[in-house]
Write a protein that binds this ligand. Structure first.
Ligand code: 6FA
Ligand code: ABL
Length: 538
């Protein structure tokens, strides 16, 4: 059974691509290595208290923080060294679901996008039509645990920030704050798997296979003939073939796609040689005269982020989210069981803010900072006494404009990892991050009762950043490993191939403004429309 389009990976990018291709009448197979996630995808990983309503860990927004405390976290990709979701929905099945409509700067030619991408607004409208955002996710219209918003907004107002509905004005990203925006729907994790995936599944020309690991593309020079999987029962020799004008779209994520390309003989020679020396993967490589030398894995970015922890007498730290899986607060549990409203209809953050910085960087570039605040804290190191039931965290990220870059690679066991860590490799990023952290707390005196506990004072911020492990700055927003115009062309086709495409975070050449999955859906809408228009395909 041959396909017009084989899409590898069911993250936000792969699901949007597969939905639009099948909508256009193409014969499409979506191949996902992981298991089902939410109930509407066939998942059944229930919390003890959500079993009666058959909602999984991935469905209930308020269970998000339990991703990081589960004793058996089977959904993380077990061969990638950083957090990555390997299940239906990819990162969007397990992420914080912060959801931003991208500003124009996310698709700017100055950021490395070809001019043909400047119609991003058309694609943004398509996304909004399928998946509107909400900053008031509980279906009863009330906002729960609002104290963090109230305290941090006082702090920011004293710095002349404006309180706006953030997604009403995506371009307003200097001195702006607002309620956190999500893509939850009716008290459930929504996102692409509740929308685009559901329409695709209804089409007879669309097929999805789970638990199916793609190892490499089958390649004869520039021509791709299919993909090799680990499922030799469903597919002869594990191979899924393409029709004569068919195409493969890799949407396996910034790490997953880079590795698939290495295993297909595409990338820097040092990485393809790692594959060549592998006992089983090596034999599937094309001969070395067919290797395609492209900077796959280079030019990688992720937001550097640093946490600061505070207390305030009005904050309810929500027991630091520890009991939510086994012992939720009975009132909140019962409210959610009744009509999916209340604390469990929210994610953990409550407020987000942005500010632009021209200085103290010395390279003349503007860098944006983004702040996220939530009740509780992932970890606290302090010598100060504090009231644990009143803690909250402000995470400060640097986003658009950062210049630091790293590299993704694979080790001898084909594990993917940051070969060169991307955080603060450029001193200018470090200068701006330190300044942004100091500015954020500069008005603490205007918020009666607010205390800083990590670091122990504003004067210790430089030291806090210097002592912060670089990998602790990981924000899970990996971009750039198959950058557009470096690895793929303006139509997302891998250079020097006829019919191999990449549509995922890897092609994004520059750090987007916000947590990226909204921007990635728009990117995928734009990319798939270009692929459909490109002559020569099925
Ligand atoms: N982004 C946001 O916008 N808001 C957030 O709140 C947010 N939070 C998080 C977060 O809390 C965590 C812990 C993580 C890890 C990420 C977060 N992100 C957030 C980032 C966001 O989820 C990612 O940027 C986004 O999901 C990236 O989308 P992509 O389409 O580029 O790639 P994915 O990794 O999502 O999906 C790849 C899929 O391919 C997976 O389903 C994987 O199982 C599959 N796959 C990989 N290799 C494969 C192979 N060889 N064969 C078959 N399938 C494969
Ligand atoms: C994101 O975009 C980040 O990638 C996540 O790291 C972040 O969640 C979510 N959004 C929500 O803001 C944090 C959790 O709140 C922490 O408890 C956890 O320690 C951290 O992710 C791990 O990276």
């Amino acid at each position: 059974d041959a396909y017009d389009y084989i899409v590898v990976g069911s993250g936000p990018s792969g699901i949007v691509a597969a939905d639009r291709l099948s909508e256009a009448g193409k014969k499409v197979i979506l191949v996902e290595r992981g298991r089902a996630s939410t109930a509407d995808t066939g998942g059944n990983y229930y919390a003890p208290w959500t079993e009666p309503i058959k909602l999984t860990k991935f469905d209930v927004p308020g269970l998000f923080e339990s991703m990081f405390s589960d004793p058996n976290p089977w959904w993380w990709c077990n061969d990638i060294d950083v957090f990555a979701g390997c299940l239906v929905g990819g990162g969007t099945a397990i992420n914080g679901a912060l959801y931003w409509y991208p500003p124009g700067s996310d698709f700017d030619t100055k950021a490395g996008w070809p001019a043909s991408w400047s119609d991003y607004a058309t694609h943004l409208e398509k996304m909004k039509a399928r998946l509107p955002s909400t900053d008031s996710p509980s279906p009863d219209g009330k906002r729960y645990l609002p104290e963090t918003f109230n305290v941090v907004s006082q702090l920011l107002k004293a710095q002349n920030y404006n309180n706006i509905t953030l997604n009403d004005n995506p371009n307003y990203k200097d001195h702006a704050f607002g309620w956190t925006s999500f893509d939850f729907i009716k008290g459930l994790r929504g996102g692409v798997k509740a929308t685009y995936f559901q329409t695709a599944k209804k089409r007879s020309n669309f097929k999805v296979v789970l638990n199916t690991y793609v190892q490499n593309v089958i390649r004869n020079g520039a021509q791709i003939n299919g993909v090799r999987t680990n499922d030799t029962c469903a597919f002869k020799d594990g191979i899924i073939p393409l029709t004569s004008k068919g195409r493969v779209i890799l949407s396996a994520g910034a790490f997953g796609t880079a590795r698939l390309l290495f295993q297909s003989g595409i990338g820097p020679t040092d990485m393809i040689n790692v594959v060549k020396n592998h006992p089983t993967a090596g034999e599937f490589l094309p001969p070395s005269n067919q290797w395609i030398n492209l900077p796959v894995g280079h030019n990688v970015q992720d937001n550097p982020s640093v946490n600061m922890v505070f207390t305030h007498p009005t904050i309810d730290a929500y027991d630091n989210w520890a009991p939510i899986w086994n012992n939720p607060r009975p009132k909140d549990r019962d409210q959610y069981l009744k009509d999916r409203s209340g604390v469990f209809a929210h994610g953990s953050p409550r407020i987000n803010f942005w500010r632009a910085y021209g200085t103290p960087a010395t390279d003349g570039k503007t860098r944006w900072m983004q702040g996220t605040s939530r009740p509780g804290a992932a970890s606290i190191t302090t010598t100060l006494p504090y009231n644990a039931s009143q803690i909250f965290t402000i995470t400060t990220y640097l986003s658009t404009g950062i210049t630091s870059r790293g590299r993704i690679g694979i080790d001898a066991n084909l594990r993917a990892f940051p070969l060169v860590e991307p955080w603060l490799t450029d001193k200018n990023d470090e200068l701006v991050l330190k300044r942004a952290l100091k500015d954020t707390v500069s008005t603490i005196g205007s918020v009666p009762g607010m205390k800083m506990i990590m670091p122990e004072s504003a004067a210790l911020i430089d030291q806090h950043v210097d002592n912060y492990s670089r990998s602790g700055m990981n924000s899970n927003h990996w971009m750039g490993s198959t950058s557009i115009m470096k690895v793929v062309d303006a139509n997302t086709k891998v250079m020097n191939t006829n019919n191999l495409f990449v549509i995922d975070a890897g092609i994004v050449p520059y750090m987007p403004m916000g947590n990226p999955h909204g921007m990635l859906i728009v990117m995928a809408e734009s990319a798939v429309s270009k692929v459909l228009k490109l002559a020569g395909g099925a």
